[in-house]
Design a binder for this molecule. Structure first.
Ligand code: GLU
Length: 536
């Protein structure tokens, strides 16, 4: 439920109460006008939509738009609609719709109505609503708010060239130029009729008024105003019979009873055209909210190219298949342009739904901080239970060719590595040595392998041999290492590091003694021996 403030105002003529003799004298002619404003509140059910064009994989900016819409809808117990805006057939990508739906589901954004989940406002794909747009476009022509234009590409080009030559750097098809073009405003009516009957190609253009200020209130930006002088007579219906984004968007938002349009800032400049359309149709426009741009850390809009050079995955797909935690991405994106008004940073979806309001969305661009995203990812991985992690990590191991079928063993491995990973797929490189002996040794680690190392490893191995299989536990192994350190009069690290390298091939890793217990006595001794022989 959403409470919308509304006001009605008008002028009311009231008779001034006569008080003095003079007043009586003027009573017949003296009236005051009082502007009265009635404020009232309307309780409405919120309906928002996410309206992507299926031109590619779901961009991270699109996911944030979907998220803010979803949070707003849930905050007000409203509905979240997915509408596929596929009117531009030339840019259509066939897998895109599936990717959008799967990505939203992965992120935990539940779609209430959409092409795969029909509600009572369908169809939800614009290509399936073609007839609807045609009839609305024709209605505008009949009303005199739009017109047929028959100009060919060459004629349009010629007009632009002509205007450029006469000093107009950005020529438009507008209230002035339309008068010298081939359209239903300039051609005789019977000629227009003939052209239509002949099936001549035409577009329908919006008759944008000359010099009018269009004002609307944006929930994030406040009052926004545009001058129509900067607008083209927007094409509403293309020659292939398809609507443009502008017509389809407005018709659908109205017929689908959308109450709030929450979308990226890049659509702000389209809004005056939409407002003109709402006015022409006599429809009430939904409440508008334009979200801030997502910026690259090096400045400027986070474009695909910029993201690539800065190592930021830009498609939701890369996060899905890159083993990021969906809760982390959601938490991170929620804060990319919004804050709850206090210092709290960790919020799951239900907490975000509860806290989210549009008045806390910022106007300024939000910088994509990948480190912050990884901070969230680490937080959410650490808060998953081992049981929850098990099947996913088991799969990851299998994919990398390691049979990690023994669940109990893998759980012990996970427990040892859990606090060291910031992303689930790191379990595999970090945990590989629990299953396989190292094939080679990390170069950086080998810098810590010196002339003494082989002898110290051998000395430690000698003590391990003494321990029985049953007694080969972390505390007993630790005692063995302590005894070696004492007998050889060296520091702990002098023995520990070469042993770690020999066992895992790495210079870092989980607690060594429990790891050795898991690997087992025979295998540990074999690896120590191999290293001593190979690293002479
Ligand atoms: N189809 C537009 C897009 O691709 C929708 C913009 C809007 O929400 O109005 O983002």
């Amino acid at each position: 439920m959403y409470i919308k403030k509304r006001s009605l105002s008008g002028k009311k003529r009231i008779k001034k109460q006569p008080k003095t003799i003079l007043d009586y004298a003027f009573i017949k002619v003296d009236y005051s006008y009082l502007r009265i404003t009635v404020k009232y509140f309307e309780i409405m059910s919120v309906r928002v939509r996410f309206a992507p064009s299926p031109t590619g994989f779901l961009h991270i900016g699109g996911l944030r738009t979907a998220l803010y819409n979803y949070l707003f809808a849930r905050h007000h117990q409203g509905s979240f609609v997915l509408r596929i805006e596929d009117t531009d057939q030339s840019r259509y990508v066939s897998d895109a719709e599936q990717d959008i739906i799967e990505s939203l589901e992965w992120a935990g954004i539940q779609i209430d109505e959409g092409p795969h989940k029909p509600g009572s406002f369908g169809p939800y794909r614009q290509s399936d609503r073609k007839e609807l747009y045609l009839s609305f476009a024709q209605q505008l022509v009949e009303q005199g708010d739009a017109y047929y234009a028959f100009d060919t590409t060459e004629e349009l080009e010629e007009m632009r060239e002509r205007l450029k030559k006469s000093g107009n750097p950005s020529p438009k098809y507008d209230s002035i130029t339309r008068q010298s073009m081939k359209n239903s405003l300039t051609l005789p009516q019977d000629e227009v009729q003939k052209k239509l009957e002949n099936g001549d190609e035409y577009v329908i253009r919006l008759k944008v008024p000359r010099r009018e200020t269009i004002k609307f209130e944006d929930e994030i930006r406040g009052i926004v105003s545009f001058d129509t002088a900067g607008l083209d007579d927007q094409v509403l219906l293309k020659s292939d019979g398809m609507p443009t984004y502008h017509l389809a968007n407005v018709v659908d938002d109205h017929t689908m009873e959308i109450t709030h349009v929450i979308r990226g800032e890049e659509w702000l400049s389209s809004t005056p055209k939409h407002m003109l359309l709402y006015k022409a149709f006599g429809w009430e426009a939904p409440t508008m909210a334009h979200l801030p741009l997502i910026m690259s850390p090096s400045g400027g809009k986070l474009s695909k190219r910029k993201a690539e050079t800065e190592g930021i995955p830009v498609n939701t797909k890369e996060y899905r298949f890159g083993h990021y935690e969906p809760e982390a991405l959601i938490n991170f994106l929620a804060f990319l342009g919004w804050n709850p008004g206090d210092d709290s940073e960790v919020h799951d979806m239900s907490s975000l739904c509860e806290k989210f309001t549009l008045d806390r969305v910022s106007k300024g661009g939000a910088v994509f901080n990948y480190k912050k995203l990884m901070w969230y990812n680490e937080y959410y991985v650490h808060h998953r239970t081992i049981d929850d992690l098990l099947p996913q990590v088991q799969d990851l191991f299998r994919h990398s060719g390691i049979k990690a079928d023994d669940g109990t063993f893998l759980k012990s491995v996970l427990a040892l590595l859990h606090e060291r990973v910031s992303k689930v797929d790191e379990f595999v490189p970090m945990g590989r040595f629990f299953y396989e002996s190292p094939t080679d040794y990390d170069e950086k680690a080998l810098k810590k392998w010196n002339d003494q190392s082989a002898a110290l490893v051998q000395s430690f191995a000698g003590r391990l041999v003494e321990i029985t299989e049953q007694e080969f536990t972390a505390p007993v192994i630790k005692q063995g290492l302590e005894a070696t350190v004492e007998a050889e009069s060296v520091g702990f690290g002098k023995v520990m590091m070469p042993v770690r390298i020999a066992l895992s091939g790495q210079g870092f890793g989980p607690d060594l003694f429990p790891a050795m217990e898991l690997i087992g006595k025979t295998e540990c001794l074999l690896r120590l021996q191999t290293a001593v022989e190979r690293l002479v």
